[in-house]
Design a protein around this ligand. Structure first.
Ligand SMILES: [Zn+2]
Ligand SMILES: [Zn+2]
Length: 266
């Protein structure tokens, strides 16, 4: 499988929770030798968060991607993308954003609804503990809900890239919360990969996890191997929130994809 290590598919600017302008991201991308970037700020949500774009900033966001693209013609290709968060209770909200028209739509699950409250999956460890409490400390029920929600998102057929597929392992250092070799977990992941393949979607290897407690990419290497076996197209994402991390660990991820046959039970 061919992996393009010069295209970074996932990053955030000041329009959501990133620290820099779109132009600063483009400038850093050129300096790092990337040939293409996809800007994917968090789209607005129908409730308050610390990361989503303000609802009335979508037009300015599109304009900024557009003007930066013009400025970098011949030096860097720039895609107008989004990271959409799947909130199934707000289908028409999501549809209206998607209907605006985007070149690339990443779909991610960041929260699950428990007791009428959306709890963070990939926030702080305290937030993860609150989520788990919402599932009466039943981690299997939590990860089943997570992957079933991801599958429902993919089955809408409206998205291009499955975002940080196993991000629920963010705080699972030394398997504190769950064991990925649990057959129930593995079957849910494999079922989710089948959904990605059947929808003709791509899967990202998201390097944001290197900056998180788990200290490695999303998803785990055994999941990458299963994705390659299913011939799911794989793309590389830094999930940068600042210019410094653009393209981070891309060579390592490409190596993981190439060596999938040599990676044993991990
Ligand atoms: Zn995300
Ligand atoms: Zn992101």
């Amino acid at each position: 499988m061919n992996i393009d290590t010069t295209h970074d598919h996932h990053m955030h600017s000041v329009f959501s929770d990133g620290s820099s302008s779109i132009e600063a991201l483009a400038d850093a991308a050129v300096k790092k030798g990337l040939s293409r970037i996809t800007i994917t700020d968090h789209m607005p949500l129908p409730f308050d968060t610390r990361y989503a774009m303000a609802e009335n900033h979508i037009a300015a966001y599109r304009a900024s991607v557009g003007t930066t693209r013009e400025k970098y013609i011949g030096r860097l290709d720039i895609d107008m993308g989004i990271e959409m968060e799947y909130v199934p209770e707000y289908q028409s909200w999501m549809d209206s954003i998607l209907d605006t028209g985007w070149e690339v739509a990443i779909i991610s699950v960041h929260r699950l609804m428990v007791n009428d409250t959306y709890r963070m999956v990939n926030g702080t460890v305290e937030e993860f503990d609150l989520l788990l409490q919402g599932f009466n400390m039943d981690i299997q029920a939590l990860y089943r809900a997570y992957y079933k929600t991801a599958q429902a998102a993919f089955e809408t057929g409206r998205f291009d890239i499955a975002g940080h597929l196993d991000v629920l392992k963010k705080h699972n250092v030394n398997q504190t919360y769950f064991d990925e070799s649990d057959p129930v977990y593995r079957d849910l992941v494999l079922e989710t990969l089948d959904t990605i393949r059947n929808q003709g979607m791509k899967m990202e290897i998201n390097m944001g996890g290197f900056n998180h407690p788990v200290g490695e990419q999303y998803p785990s290497r055994w999941i990458i191997r299963e994705a390659v076996n299913r011939r799911i197209p794989i793309v590389l994402s830094s999930d940068s929130h600042c210019p410094d991390t653009l393209g981070q660990h891309f060579d390592r991820a490409a190596e993981m994809v190439r060596k999938k046959g040599a990676i044993s039970a991990d």
